[in-house]
Design a protein around this ligand. Structure first.
Ligand code: PBE
Length: 267
């Protein structure tokens, strides 16, 4: 398509994911703040829809811009790059935090201590996510726990077993948080807890913890992706700090595309 601008080829569209995702809100903000993105739009759909469009474009060696993040398998399956974000709107390097409802520490000190200690590395999370594609999150979590008993023992050291105490975890629906959520579920179950793990939108994660409807979550991406929800509820939640460091959101393109920065896009 010579002489046809990239914007025209893409119909001035960035391929997005679920409306409730933090990255969707950040992307709308980027469309407002980058003057060169005037006239561009975000197509909201689903993570599966975004991946389908990305695969189709790559199969046809066509251009595409998606809202993407890491850790995610798309970076090992395809040669992709983040567009530079000189205004820093899409977040840069971030962390995933653990949050709990007020009162959980008094009500369930053992579970609280494990939640507070829970910390792992990107490679751990990626291993669970990859194995879950071949089996299930339950199985992948159990296998990871068996192979990493040293780490698990550090989290559970000295914590007393309970007899069927119920604890409710909320997660988001993305692979990253299903991985951590299912690992925590299995660890708590080994100590006698009865655990529910419910995937909900990020807004609901924070609301459920703030109102005490749920006990804890390993899902918040901070300081940027879920900042609006965090600000809204921070007085009513307990922040247990990072459980993983080094995530990133951004506009992602196939490496064969001849642009490097959001500012390379033309209105
Ligand atoms: N994500 C993956 C989520 C958090 C985890 C980046 C798509 C989001 O809220 O945007």
């Amino acid at each position: 398509a010579e002489n046809v601008s990239l914007g025209e080829q893409l119909d001035y569209t960035i391929t997005g994911i679920e409306p409730g995702a933090g990255i969707t809100g950040l992307s709308h903000k980027a469309l407002e703040e980058y003057e060169n993105l005037e006239g561009w739009e975000l197509l909201e759909s689903s993570t599966a829809g975004m991946i389908g469009s990305l695969e189709e474009a790559i199969n046809n060696e066509e251009p595409i811009i998606v809202t993407g993040w890491t850790p995610h398998w798309k970076f090992s399956a395809y040669d992709l790059k983040f567009l530079e974000d000189p205004k820093g709107i899409l977040g840069g390097s971030e962390n995933i935090n653990t949050i709990a409802r007020k009162g959980l520490e008094e009500d369930m000190p053992g579970a609280y201590q494990i939640l507070d200690r829970f910390y792992w590395e990107t490679a751990d999370m990626e291993e669970v996510m990859l194995n879950a594609q071949k089996s299930s999150y339950e199985e992948a979590a159990m296998n990871w726990i068996e192979d990493n008993s040293d780490k698990v023992n550090e989290w559970t050291d000295g914590v007393e077993k309970v007899d069927g105490e119920e604890i409710e975890l909320v997660s988001t629906q993305w692979d990253t948080e299903l991985a951590s959520g299912y690992v925590m579920k299995a660890v708590l179950e080994q100590l006698g807890y009865v655990v529910t793990l419910t995937p909900v939108d990020p807004a609901i994660v924070f609301q459920a913890i703030a109102t005490g409807e749920a006990d804890a979550s390993l899902a918040p991406w901070l300081p940027t992706t879920h900042a609006s929800f965090y600000e809204q509820h921070k007085e009513d939640i307990v922040d247990l700090g990072e459980n993983l460091e080094g995530t990133q959101n951004g506009f992602v393109v196939p490496a064969y595309m001849d642009i490097d920065s959001i500012e390379d896009l033309q209105p």
